[in-house]
Design a protein around this ligand. Structure first.
Ligand code: ZN
Length: 269
């Protein structure tokens, strides 16, 4: 997992905390940067980091840190149009410049606080695999993918192919369970999110979480579509269209059955 201290270092190196309600061209209270904690140890680290970096900034002739410091409240996912933002807006800007003053923090000894096996936000592959034994190790070569997948699965998942309509195993399935990525075991969709679209491919209104899948603009075949990939192994799954059921969010995740693996034990997960 990424230690909290490392997050703090990256945070201070990548933006300008001396600006109160502004970053780059964006001005307003919603652009104030913030550090939030969920444990006393994190608060301790956050305050140590702020003190250390404030001194480095002062030594460089910069102003005081205006970043908000607070205990973490409820977490809300950002609006859909902000999810995977740079995929949707490839020319959008992020990568803000920091102050030019480097933030380097000493280890504090608090890094080993997370109990083994817990899947904390930002948990590493090792932690995630311990928490979910159905996650498969991620191959590092194309040969490994070919060994794991049969030719039809490989064509869809690794070459962005599309199975013929009405030929997939899950098109009309109503069995309860958790649909996982066939390539890596990553949980993707709950059966409750499945609906009959009539398209000939299994269709879902939403993924199990915003980071379960990633979306990428796809300009192949003379169309502009939004490709859906596995958020863990980045294999191709299908496309998402804005013609889903309006009362359930309006999206239609149009998946290839070959990219999915229904796990019946995930029904109540
Ligand atoms: Zn995957």
């Amino acid at each position: 997992m990424v230690p909290y201290r490392q997050l703090l270092e990256v945070f201070f190196n990548e933006h300008d905390p001396t600006q109160e309600n502004r970053q780059g061209n964006d001005v307003g209270t919603q652009y104030r940067s913030g550090i939030y904690w969920t444990t006393d140890a994190q608060e301790h680290e956050a305050r140590m980091a702020v003190d250390a970096y404030a001194k480095a900034l002062a030594d460089a002739g910069k102003g005081p840190i205006m970043t908000e410091l607070a205990s973490a409240g409820a977490f809300y996912f950002a609006e859909e149009y902000h999810q995977q933002y740079l995929h949707k807006v490839p020319n959008g800007y992020c990568g803000l410049k920091g102050t030019g003053v480097t933030c380097s923090l000493p280890p504090t000894g608090y890094e080993a606080e997370v109990p083994a096996g817990s899947a904390a936000p930002g948990a590493s592959e090792g932690d995630a695999a311990a928490a979910d034994p159905k996650l498969k190790p991620l191959p590092s070569t194309d040969d490994e993918w070919r060994a794991r997948l049969d030719p039809a699965q490989y064509e869809v998942l690794r070459r962005a192919g599309t199975e013929r309509a009405f030929t997939g195993a899950y098109t009309d399935t109503e069995d309860p369970g958790l649909y996982r990525c066939m390539a890596c075991g990553n949980p993707l969709y709950r059966s409750e999110a499945k609906f009959h679209s009539g398209s000939g491919w299994p269709s879902f209104t939403e993924a199990v979480s915003p980071d379960a899948v990633e979306v990428v603009e796809d300009r192949s075949h003379g169309m502009v579509r939004t490709e859906v990939r596995c958020g863990r192994c980045h294999s191709h799954l299908g496309h998402v269209f804005p013609d889903g059921p309006a009362d359930r969010g309006g999206l239609r995740y149009c998946m290839n059955s070959l990219a999915l693996d229904l796990d019946p034990e995930g029904a109540d997960a």
